[in-house]
Design a protein around this ligand. Structure first.
Ligand code: NAD
Ligand code: MG
Length: 298
């Protein structure tokens, strides 16, 4: 029998065969070139109709956590639009193929989240091509390590905020007029919001900002029947980490400092997004769901 997300498993032993290794790609990088391959749930995620008939937009849906979420949403019965950078077309095509294999619609909407006009137009295009919108997953993100504040480029600070924070704001703002009661928004923060690495000043600050934004706007939108929550992944094996997300010499021990003693896989993040997207979480509002291998959070 093939393992799926319901199989009884020792979480310390899971994914022992996927060891992090030193490598480098230029930003934004491709899952297609990441070795060893991450588990996006291609062989392991089993759907059960939990999002039947929903329409979802996932930014950064081409790779990593967003791609695993796209596969899971599709297998739970949702039509899925993915947004990504044009340079990621190869990854996006593969994920669109997996979405279609689930028997739902796949929509591809490439562009740059640092461009406010793209952000504003993205929601209209998703609504148009999906025929509506019930779920927005703000997941696209930028992370570039830097050892010393005196060498952190002003442009990098600004870009990280534009992609991680401003896009989350602009997409949420544009989506709200389209969202019926029952719709959900899920933002992607990080364990970096609570325990920031000294090499990730700009990134950690954006993830803390996303957490605060989530908890504030969740209260504003709850009376409209729109629930906003966040997922806070810990160290997860994705291309983000090998495109200067971490100092390369730290990659080999990536995730070893968690209580589970290992890094996570994108497939282990997707069920958190499914839970927050579905009506199962109807009384969960403004929550940050950590999936981080056991690091304590406030
Ligand atoms: P990833 O590289 O697979 O996904 C990030 C995606 O962001 C890219 O695929 C890309 O499509 C998108 N993106 C980046 N810059 C963009 C831009 N300017 N315009 C449009 N799209 C852009 O890596 P991932 O780890 O799956 O990242 C997904 C989210 O998870 C990010 O928000 C990241 O901060 C967050 N996260 C990741 C980890 C981890 O350890 N991997 C931990 C905590 C949080
Ligand atoms: Mg990508």
């Amino acid at each position: 029998m093939t393992r799926d997300q319901y199989t009884f498993t020792d979480p310390t032993a899971l994914y022992a065969e996927i060891e992090p290794s030193t490598q480098h790609q230029d930003e934004p990088g491709l899952d297609a070139k990441l070795t060893p391959k991450p588990d996006l749930g291609e062989e392991t995620y089993r759907g059960s109709g939990r999002l039947a008939g929903r329409k979802a937009l996932i930014t950064g849906g081409d790779s990593g956590i967003g791609a695993a979420t796209a596969i899971a949403f599709a297998r739970e019965g949702a039509d899925v639009a993915i947004a990504y950078l044009p340079a990621e077309q190869e990854d996006a095509d593969r994920i669109a193929g997996l979405i279609l294999e689930a028997g739902v619609a796949a929509v591809q909407l490439p562009g740059d989240l640092a461009d406010p006009d793209y952000c504003r137009g993205l929601i209209d295009r998703a609504v148009d091509q999906l025929g509506g919108l019930d779920i927005l997953v703000n997941n696209g993100g930028k992370q570039i390590f830097n050892e010393d504040i005196t060498t952190l480029p002003d442009d990098q600070w600004q870009d990280t905020f534009d992609v991680n924070v401003r896009a989350t704001f602009l997409l949420t703002k544009a989506a709200v007029p389209h969202l019926r009661p029952g719709s959900t928004i899920i933002n992607t923060t990080s364990s970096q919001a609570y325990s920031p690495s000294p090499t990730l000043l700009d990134y950690a600050a954006t993830k803390w900002a996303i957490n605060g934004f989530t908890k504030a706007v969740a209260q504003q939108l709850a009376p409209k029947g729109i629930r906003v929550n966040a997922v806070a992944p810990g160290p997860v094996w994705t291309v983000l980490q090998v495109t200067d997300g971490q100092p390369p010499e730290k990659l080999a021990e990536f995730g070893e400092d968690t209580p589970l003693g290992r890094m996570g896989q994108p497939a282990e993040m997707a069920p958190a997004y499914v839970f927050l997207a579905s009506a199962e979480s109807s009384y969960v509002v403004g929550e940050t769901l950590s999936a981080n291998g056991g690091k304590p959070t406030p």
